[in-house]
Design a protein around this ligand. Structure first.
Ligand code: ADP
Ligand code: MG
Length: 696
């Protein structure tokens, strides 16, 4: 049987159903087979009618002794009595008059359903609309009853019963010896069964399959299919990574004495242990003849900027340039100021290139970048996208960009740079996701905060307690501290009404806090205005900054000790955590107030409770992943997250680890991959299979 045959030709499908299936991404027989049951029911043993009590969910087998169709108001009711020799069970079906033909008197049938007391005659037991099956000859049961029965989620226009029928037939035709991408020795090492057997057994579980394992997605068939998918995916990642490792960059950098000297001059404080470790990991990459491709993860405030800076110094001292790219212009400007301050005792030229740099000034900056006079260039992604010409770009650092991965590295290469790439993110990424979305990067973790940080107290408040929140802000300001008040407007979609709301909010806060300077920052402001608003807050001229989420990432004002998040129920966990990270950056105790309005949904409540109970970004990320599911974790599906059909990143963590180890072992050995696996990785098959094919 050809698993790649169009699904239309699968028995029971046909052109119409095939069309509805193609809309949900099912094009071939194999696609259909990979639609696994969502659960299984044990309908193996038949209960005796005489033993039934209300509440049981059972299969009964017998003969239709009485049957009749009647009408009640607008309903038609088909009513039968099933006789199994021990007693008679009533069953009723609504609005299915055609059952008169299929479930007529004398038919041998199996019913599966819930046993209830009859509304009409309370001594009588009844099943309402049970699953039924006509028993041919003498066999007991069939597809829908009398066995471990798979229950499917609807697929296209195919509902559970037709789907079960189609898949039962299809699975029956899968030969046990079906071609298998996993060669026998690999299967033996993983202790998994063959592909053909697995595809059959998940749809047609046999006597050896156990209900609990099936329902936990851990039956031998499940384990085999899930491991296969994860292994193939990890194999592609392993291969990509080894590809990068095999490249040679134009210059391997040395860690020179001059760099050590510069670092001593720069450091305003001793590095934390974690910073030191990560800097060492990066230095090893810089020294290596192969390009660096590293992700640095560290919670907000863990001091990633300094780590990036020290890496840049090493590169500069080798006579190469470094670029630092931020997601927004505000952040780029802030980085520029920070770097200039830290580098003031070093002879390096730091260049800022944003859209605000225009005209002649811009030309001059571009000239300094292309001549190599500018050693550090700070900007947004436009730096690589818009063809800024570097003299010799040695290191590209992408800050707060968990999306910046291999793709951008290739973009750099197309522009003729083989720079080392460092990606920094404060979004804690649960390990399962990190292994999947960033499986081709090396990862360093800054898991320690600089000393002297106090914990942030987080309070959940309702709208009725707003007054107390206002006075909390007033007290902080009276003590010389500053506060953020954040409103839930998404930058991209900020409409005029939203801006109006933010403006009004700032006026309200201003009125509630006489004598206090209240500033406003939102995404619709021109970048010069934003810079002015941020600058005034950073200098302490403005004490309360009312803002949309533009302050979310990276902003660093240590004197700010209060963060009020309005409509906290509307924010995602990752975003709440980022926002909270704007305070607690100095030595003074800080508070984060989550101001929630209205009745909270269960999920919103769970999110806010997690925020109150922990400051640990990784714990928060894990919860987030569980509340939202992997597809939504990053907000929108984006490059890097594969389309998985049978595996589930949360449920299958354990199998993911096994798959990863095995995949990296297979590729790492340097030995030839088994031909079936090598073929799969060739010609874009891997990208297509996991939906990672590149557009354009
Ligand atoms: P993030 O990892 O969120 O980007 P930053 O690099 O902005 O963190 O650092 C947060 C704050 O911690 C900054 O004010 C920075 O100057 C300070 N900092 C960084 N490293 C140290 C250190 N080793 N000791 C003390 N303070 C540090
Ligand atoms: Mg930062």
């Amino acid at each position: 049987m050809d698993l790649q045959a169009p699904v239309q030709y699968v028995k029971g499908v046909g052109p119409q159903r095939a069309e509805s299936l193609s809309k949900v991404g099912v094009h071939t027989a194999e696609d259909l087979l990979l639609h696994l049951p969502m659960r299984y029911e044990d309908r193996r043993s038949f209960a005796r009618v005489a033993d039934l009590v209300p509440g049981m969910r059972v299969s009964v087998s017998g003969e239709i002794a009485v049957a009749g169709l009647r009408r009640a108001r607008r309903l038609t009711i088909y009513e039968v009595r099933l006789d199994d020799g021990s007693g008679r069970l009533k069953a009723i079906f609504f609005n299915q008059p055609y059952l008169k033909e299929t479930l007529g008197r004398g038919k041998k049938v199996v019913f599966y359903g819930l046993v209830e007391r009859d509304a009409m005659a309370s001594r009588l037991l009844v099943m309402r609309s049970p699953q039924y099956e006509i028993v041919e000859k003498d066999e007991h049961g069939g597809i829908h009853t009398g066995r471990l029965v798979p229950v499917y989620e609807k697929l296209g226009t195919l509902t559970v019963k037709p789907l079960r029928r189609v898949l039962a037939h299809l699975a029956e035709q899968v030969p046990p010896g079906l071609e298998d991408p996993l060669p026998p020795d690999l299967r033996a090492r993983l202790s998994v069964i063959g592909r053909g057997e697995a595809l059959r057994r998940v749809h047609l579980p046999g006597d050896t399959d156990r209900l609990e394992l099936l329902n936990a997605f851990r039956s031998p068939g499940h384990v085999r299919l899930i491991l296969e998918e994860l292994l193939l995916f990890q194999l592609g990642l392993a291969r990509r990574r080894s590809g990068v490792r095999a490249e040679r960059k134009r210059a391997a950098f040395e860690v020179k004495d001059a760099a050590r000297e510069a670092v001593k001059r720069i450091l305003p404080f001793p590095l934390t242990g974690a910073q030191r470790r990560v800097v060492r990991e990066i230095a090893d990459d810089l020294r290596s003849p192969h390009p660096m491709n590293r992700l640095v993860q560290g919670d907000v405030g863990s001091g990633k900027t300094l780590v990036a800076l020290l890496s840049m110094v090493v590169v500069i001292e080798n006579g190469w340039q470094s670029a630092l790219m931020a997601p927004t212009e505000i952040l780029a400007e802030q980085h520029f100021l920070t770097l200039r301050r830290l580098l003031k005792r070093c002879p390096y030229r730091v260049e800022l290139l944003t859209s605000a740099v225009k005209g002649r000034e811009r030309e001059a900056a571009l000239a300094r970048i292309s001549s190599g006079e500018a050693q550090v260039v700070v900007g947004t992604h436009a730096l690589i996208q818009e063809g800024v010409v570097f003299h010799r770009l040695g290191l590209a650092v992408a800050d707060e960009q968990h999306r910046f991965g291999v793709l951008q590295r290739e973009e750099l290469r197309k522009k003729g740079y083989d720079a080392d790439v460092l990606v920094m993110t404060a979004t804690p990424i649960p390990r399962t996701l990190a292994l999947t979305a960033y499986g081709d990067l090396d990862v360093s973790i800054v898991d320690e905060k600089p000393p002297g940080r106090t914990t942030i107290r987080t309070e959940l408040r309702s709208a009725s307690e707003r007054r107390e929140v206002v006075s909390l802000v007033r007290r902080a300001v009276a003590e010389g501290r500053q506060a953020y008040v954040v409103y839930p407007l998404v930058e991209e979609s900020e409409k005029l009404e939203d801006v109006k709301a933010a403006t009004e909010a700032s006026e309200e806060w201003s009125a509630a806090l006489p004598g206090v300077h209240v500033g406003l920052l939102h995404g619709r402001m021109k970048s010069a205005e934003k810079e002015e608003a941020m600058g005034a807050f950073a200098r302490g001229e403005v004490q309360v900054l009312v803002s949309t989420t533009v302050v979310e990432v990276g902003v660093d004002v240590p004197n700010a000790t209060v963060m009020v998040i309005e409509h906290a129920e509307r924010f995602g966990l990752a975003q709440l955590h980022q926002l909270r990270g704007r305070v607690g950056r100095g030595a003074a105790p800080s508070t984060c107030v989550l101001l929630a309005y209205g009745r909270l949904s269960e999920v919103a409540r769970a999110r806010l409770d997690v925020m109150v109970s922990t400051e640990d970004g990784f714990a928060i990320a894990e919860t987030d992943l569980e509340l939202r599911g992997p597809g939504d974790f990053f907000g929108t599906r984006q490059w890097g997250m594969p389309t998985l059909r049978v595996a589930h990143l949360i449920r299958d963590r354990d199998l993911l680890e096994r798959a990863r180890t095995e995949a990296f072992r297979l590729v790492g050995d340097g030995a030839e991959l088994p031909p079936s696996l090598a073929r799969f990785l060739e010609q874009g098959g891997w990208e297509r299979r996991f939906g990672l094919a590149r557009v354009g």
